[in-house]
Ligand binder design. Structure first.
Ligand SMILES: CSCCC(=O)C(=O)COP(=O)(O)O
Ligand SMILES: [Mg+2]
Length: 227
């Protein structure tokens, strides 16, 4: 069975962990409080603030308390859907103001372009919101890479360490599980994708092996036709 679709993680896979931890998360921590205060009545923001109240079991929390909760979630790298949605909105301002440029490894850019030209369907699956995914690739140091992608999946498809999430994504893509190659730097994500029947390839940019998964150190080492 040959690969028809490739689904890639972002942080640690197409893009440096340091870009997310040293640039994106501090940017969100700095700008999110005022963004939330100034936009708390906006319908899309209010919806996420209510989700924070629900998820943290604090139904009466005022805006300042919700900001505190969000900052603690950034600190602990919580992959909570409402935090990710709000981070995406804050980062949008930074990208559009030219303060942020998405980091994508040159080897990932080259391989994604080559695979797209060869007819593979390319997708993203990240804990970052779909808005944030489109921004990192759309406003990247290598230019607008969004034309390469056929679709985007975030935590609304489920947590990245659960097999069911990959079944949800496989059904949305509409090809057999074994025709999908999933790329990630996290062994628990690769295990979950494998349990759902997907092919897997680990990215270990500092070297080493990721569990029982074929592991490479750059995208240049990935040969979709070999799976
Ligand atoms: C979409 S860029 C921001 C990445 C992010 O917020 C994050 O939590 C990273 O998650 P990933 O699933 O890409 O490791
Ligand atoms: Mg990752």
């Amino acid at each position: 069975m040959s690969i028809k679709a490739i689904v890639t993680d972002i942080e640690g896979t197409t893009s440096a962990v340091s870009f997310v931890f040293d640039v994106l998360f501090p940017y969100a921590a700095k700008h999110l409080p005022d963004f939330v205060r100034q936009n708390a009545e906006r319908a899309d923001v209010a919806e996420q603030l209510d989700a924070v109240r629900r998820d943290s079991n604090a139904p009466q929390a005022d805006v300042e308390r919700v900001v505190e909760i969000l900052l603690s979630w950034i600190e602990e790298d919580r992959k909570a859907t409402p935090l990710k949605a709000l981070q995406g909105m804050v980062w949008a301002q930074g990208y559009h103001a030219g303060q942020l440029k998405g980091h994508v490894y040159p080897d990932a850019v080259e391989a994604l372009q080559r695979w797209h030209a060869a007819g593979y369907q390319l997708f993203v699956y990240s804990s970052g919101s779909i808005q944030a995914q489109k921004l990192i690739f759309g406003c990247s140091e290598a230019g607008d890479l969004t034309p390469l992608f056929s679709g985007y999946f975030d935590t609304t498809s489920g947590p990245k360490r659960e097999a069911q999430s990959y079944t949800n994504i496989q059904q949305a893509i509409g090809v057999a599980p074994e025709e999908i190659l999933f790329l990630s730097d996290i062994v628990e994500e690769l295990d979950a994708a494998q349990a759902a029947g997907l092919q897997t390839c680990g990215l270990a940019r500092e070297g080493g092996e990721l569990g029982n998964h074929i592991t490479v150190d750059t995208f240049t080492g990935i040969e979709p036709e070999a799976f």
